[in-house]
Design a protein around this ligand. Structure first.
Ligand SMILES: [Zn+2]
Length: 292
């Protein structure tokens, strides 16, 4: 099954709900970045958050999540767009920790102290950034706290990645349910009860649950109304041409220094770990372009 996102609501329109299966995205990130098992879970959860949180974006809108905790993984960065493309990286992808209570210890790998930033680039407006302190480093909880504090929206969030014994990603996905102002205490309590009664999101997906199945479990089989469904995937928009423009933008002096100091330049894209090589004669061509 390919990764996809489903957007839904309930018949009374108390909630807007998003669920996605992101096994392919999380596995692609693991393969590209060579993440440790716990880092695969952390990055996979952050990428899933990016998919869910960008579901309402339009056109060229972009969403960036930065999680800067005090744990060994360092900074986690994810960007996503309105077309369901997401990319991301961890500063220290090889960092790992022993599991705790039989679970990958994402909380301590990310760190229980720090800050979560969400930046929205919407059209021509200035980018908007909201931030909250990290609650647990488990990411799902931190995103829920972000919505409660920064956007005053009560939300239920679950993000999960199941890493197989061979260290590949076996299942990944998540959901985000947001309450509209019309939802009262009773509706919120009912949602919370349903959410708490569910098995972990990664085990649900591992057992074959699709996004729409998860939303039915959360909103009630009879009440669920599907609004939208779309494919999502790991995609980085970097290219050799874009890297060339960055190099040219560095200016003559910097380019000369690179040409003098090494045989060929190696430029790596943080987001997808793709390496671009520029031989001396290619750098000399870019130097000419920088001059003009
Ligand atoms: Zn890239």
């Amino acid at each position: 099954m390919s990764d996809y996102l489903v957007v839904g609501t309930d018949k009374k329109d108390y909630f807007r709900a998003y669920a996605a299966v992101t096994t392919g995205i999380a596995e692609e990130a693991r393969r590209r970045h060579g993440t440790s098992p716990t880092a695969s879970a952390a990055l996979g959860r952050a990428l899933t958050a990016g998919v869910l949180m960008s579901a309402n974006l339009k056109g060229d809108d972009l969403l960036t999540i930065r999680i800067i905790g005090d744990g060994p993984i360092g900074v986690l960065v994810v960007t996503s767009d309105s077309a369901g493309n997401v990319r991301g990286y961890a500063q220290n992808p090889k960092a790992d920790l022993p599991s705790r209570d039989g679970k990958l210890d994402v909380g301590r790998l990310v760190g229980e102290n720090g800050e979560l930033y969400v930046t929205k680039n919407m059209g021509l407006k200035d980018p908007y950034t909201g931030s909250v302190p990290i609650v647990s480093g488990e990411i799902g909880e931190d995103i829920a706290y972000y919505y409660a504090k920064s956007e005053q929206t009560p939300s239920a969030v679950a993000l999960g990645v199941l890493v197989d014994t061979d260290t590949t990603v076996r299942a990944a996905g998540g959901y985000l349910v947001q309450a509209f102002p019309g939802a009262g205490a009773d509706e919120l309590a009912a949602l919370e009860e349903r959410a708490l009664s569910l098995p972990s999101i990664s085990s649900l997906i591992n057992e074959g649950a699709a996004p729409e199945d998860i939303l039915k479990m959360l909103l009630g089989e009879q009440d669920f109304v599907e609004l939208d469904r779309r494919p999502v995937g790991f995609l980085c928009r970097c290219s050799r041409e874009k890297i060339e423009q960055v190099l040219i933008g560095m200016g003559e002096k910097e380019i000369r220094e690179i040409i003098q100091s090494r045989k060929r330049a190696e430029i790596r894209c943080h987001f997808c770990n793709e390496t671009y090589y520029f031989e001396k004669h290619e750098m000399e061509k870019l130097l000419e372009e920088a001059k003009s």
